[in-house]
Design a protein around this ligand. Sequence first.
Ligand code: GDP
Length: 295
Amino acid sequence: MFENLTDKLERSFQILKGEGRITEINVAESLKEIRRALIDADVNYKVAKNFTDEVKTKALGQDVLKSVKPGQMMTKIVRDELAALMGGTMTDITLEGNPAVILIAGLQGSGKTTFSGKLANLIKSKKGRQVLLVAGDVYRPAAIEQLKILGQQIGVEVYTEEGNQNPVQIAENAIKYARTNHLNTVIVDTAGRLAVDEQMMQEITAIKAAVKPGETLFVVDSMTGQDAVNTAKEFNDRLDFDGVVLTKLDGDTRGGAAISIRAVVNKPLKFISSGEKMDALQVFHPERMADRILG
Ligand code: GDP
């Protein structure tokens, strides 16, 4: 996904090849190329500008190490700054409370239901917990059916209340059910709409207020580019979520959302999803992603 960005960054470092040291003059062209490369990858303009300003300060502030060439020094600064921009270190999810409750929010089609299944699978297999999935999308029978099929695939029970149109009640009842049945983790999938609207926001905030999740995750399709970041901001203003999940990184995405979401929304990216299979989920590590971007 980052092939273009990787190539362009590499070329921007090449500009410094042959220079004896980094100076304000010789670094300018390189920085311009870096900024252009980021914007082409769908990174928010302001984020890209702040980023290159920061890289410039770091580059000019470096002591001139005789052993390190300017191109190499720039590569290292960009790598470290990219990792910092994406959050620095990995942020794990909170699994406190009995049961620990995780609420999943996002637009319709973003990949919420698929992610709910993947997360249940990961928490069950990697953390050895007993998970209950809750079908909270009461408007789309197909979504309930989809969750049931995923639950069967991964061996996780799915809580449904056919006919009940009240997702707050369903989520509350599911938590009671989990307590009675000694299931220590509840993942609540919720309804989304095609665009942010008031009714959806009221519903999801009501569910959050009722079940008090230890973790609220916002799921967003990375293929929507800069819109992914804007939607995340809108949801966060209302929902104050704890982390972001970027989906469809296996698709035709330029990856900019992964780079800018943390800076714009000020919430960590926690998982990246790259496929429809139940194991196509990775915990997000900013440093590993920075290494991947630099190729
Ligand atoms: P929801 O409406 O938010 O619950 O979204 P779904 O989980 O139903 O996903 C919408 C579509 O995207 C489905 O066809 C999924 O199979 C697909 N999908 C979800 N996550 C990914 C992913 O990471 N990669 C790809 N290629 N497809 C995905």
